[in-house]
Design a binder for this molecule. Structure first.
Ligand SMILES: O=C(O)CCC(=O)C(=O)O
Length: 297
């Protein structure tokens, strides 16, 4: 680009093209800090973090999904999840983690872990990792929150967080995820109503962004009304460690993948131990309720 094109100070401006002051000041995009993202996630129930995956990392995730989709088709897996999606224009790929190293790198990515920790602290597990490929003609699935998949109501705290990793730009036309503002404060199913879908708002996001949601936020996939723009997202759902994960990683993953996993990945998948390490922080655990407080004199 010609450095003077937008009236930058280095440009060869003449009096006929001399820009006004407003033209000289280039708009500045400041990436939100993690603290700002965590705050929005806490207060609003969702946040978009742009450009987390770019270049070769994004390419590798797309390649991984193509490989996983081919493998699922070759194995005759059913990609249309009846009861979840309305028609077979939504393709669900359920097994990703063992299909490409990019997925293992993704769940270990610093921004992913920091976002999850901002909701769940440091005791959490990966409940599931899947993809939704929304093709033109797909319709919105049923409104839901994600916590209901693993925990009965009342939903009193954000004991889960879902991260959508966008592999394509998503906007209202090609089926961007839609959410119901304020619904992360719903504690029971009764608080949702039939016309919620009408009141949802799309979350546009560019390829490589993460859309993070409080597990209590009610949302749905948008209908893909585009002529030719598929919308691919990865869905990484993390839950507090006391909740049983949707996937039994120990049974699902091939031994070589488990053998090569880093210790932090093994911990994330709950491969090494059961829940004996989990402490929910009740006073009784420290002995104070049982008269055996070691600090008492
Ligand atoms: O595809 C989407 O935009 C949302 C998917 C979703 O909410 C889900 O699968 O639970």
């Amino acid at each position: 680009m010609d450095p003077g094109e937008h009236g930058s100070p280095g440009g060869a401006a003449n009096s006929a093209t001399m820009p006004g002051k407003a033209d000289i000041v280039a708009p500045m995009t400041i990436a939100p800090s993690l603290e700002e993202c965590a705050l929005q996630l806490r207060e609003e129930g969702w946040v978009t973090v742009p450009e987390v995956f770019t270049g070769s990392q994004l390419d590798a995730l797309r390649e991984g999904l193509a490989i996983a989709l081919d493998a699922a088709r070759a194995e005759g897996q059913i990609l249309f999840r009846e009861g979840v999606d309305v028609n077979d224009r939504s393709l669900r790929v359920l097994h990703l983690l063992d299909q490409h190293p990019a997925f293992r790198d993704m769940v270990e990515h610093r921004t992913v872990r920091d976002l999850v920790s901002s909701v769940l602290g440091n005791q959490y597990l990966l409940s599931s990792l899947s993809a939704n490929i929304s093709l033109p003609g797909s319709e919105s699935m049923g409104m839901h929150n994600d916590l209901m998949a693993v925990l009965p109501e009342p939903w009193l705290a954000p004991y889960g967080t879902n991260l959508f990793i966008c592999l394509d730009d998503m906007d209202e036309e090609n089926g961007a995820t839609r959410y119901l503002p304020g619904s992360h404060r719903f504690t029971t199913n009764d608080m949702a109503s039939d016309d919620d879908l009408r009141r949802t708002v799309p979350i546009p996001a560019s390829a490589g962004s993460i859309v993070a949601m409080d597990g209590r936020l009610w949302h749905t996939s948008g209908a893909n009304r585009s002529a030719d723009r598929p919308r691919r997202i990865l869905i990484a759902f993390f839950v507090a460690s006391f909740i049983r994960t949707q996937y039994n990683w120990g049974a699902l993953l091939p031994d070589p993948v488990k053998g090569a996993a880093s210790s932090s990945l093994r911990q994330l998948l709950g491969l090494d131990e059961g829940n004996m390490g989990v402490r929910l922080g009740y006073a009784a655990f420290s002995g104070t309720k049982q008269g055996v407080d070691p600090h008492a004199h």
